[in-house]
Design a binder for this molecule. Structure first.
Ligand code: MD3
Ligand code: FE
Length: 222
């Protein structure tokens, strides 16, 4: 009888959610079933718009490799950072956002209570062991009522989830293959970052020691 209750839906035990704060939720395993397809799309996008290491306005080279898909992409150089319609490396428009990307982002957002999220930008971050992302806010998007959705793939990372001021204490959250975070509303401008990536077991079908993070954003007004 008990077995029957659980036998029909594996997702009951493989997917759950953790509230990090008001308007910030981790959907554990939410993208697990789509991971292989998402990774194939990442490889295709990187053939057109390769991963590169941006320079920050302070002159530091980022240890995280980045590329984008969608109508707008995030770029940085010594002058500052901004969203552009074309890839500064190729001069071409950024690769189109795959349907599978749109769908997972929209599903995750609506699961978290943001019903009309249509992302127009997806920043793709690539981490190797040692890569880190310093504490920062995501505030370059105009409409801050829209959430951001993040999908983690590959190696696990320790994510720092802070407050609205840099000095506020951070929660440490381990993000693994298939985990999704949705944050918006009162949490939209929280400081966050990623500790230096540690090497470890790489989930199938990946071969290399790598972590990818997709962040879906609404940059232009609807
Ligand atoms: C919760 N990426 O690209 S996403 C970024 O893992 C970025 O590559 C990280 O931050 C990564 O800008 C983390 C998860 C995340 C990001 C921002 C948040 C969760 C957040 C802001 C507030 C609360
Ligand atoms: Fe960020």
């Amino acid at each position: 009888m008990i077995e029957d209750l659980f036998a029909n839906d594996d997702s009951i035990i493989r997917q759950w959610q953790e509230q990090l704060a008001k308007d910030a939720v981790v959907l554990r395993g939410f993208a697990y079933g789509e991971a292989q397809a998402l990774l194939q799309h990442i490889a295709k996008i990187a053939e057109k718009a390769s991963f590169r290491h941006f320079v920050t306005p302070n002159g530091h080279i980022m240890s995280v490799g980045m590329t984008n898909c969608g109508t707008l992409g995030w770029t940085s150089n010594k002058q500052g950072y901004c969203y552009t319609k074309t890839d500064p490396l190729s001069g071409q428009i950024w690769p189109q956002m795959p349907k599978a990307f749109q769908q997972i982002a929209q599903q995750a957002a609506s699961h978290a209570g943001f019903t009309d999220f249509t992302p127009d930008a997806c920043l793709i971050n690539r981490y190797h062991p040692g890569s880190r992302l310093a504490l920062h806010q995501d505030k370059d998007e105009i409409d801050l009522s829209q959430p951001i959705v993040s999908v983690s793939l590959g190696l696990s990372a320790t994510f720092l989830f802070g407050g609205l001021q840099r000095e506020h204490p951070c929660q440490r959250v381990i993000l693994t293959h298939g985990d999704v975070i949705v944050w918006g509303g009162d949490s939209r401008l929280r400081y966050h970052g990623v500790l230096p990536l540690k090497d470890g077991k790489v989930p199938w079908p990946l071969q290399d020691s790598v972590r990818y993070n997709l962040t879906f954003r609404r940059v232009s007004l609807p």
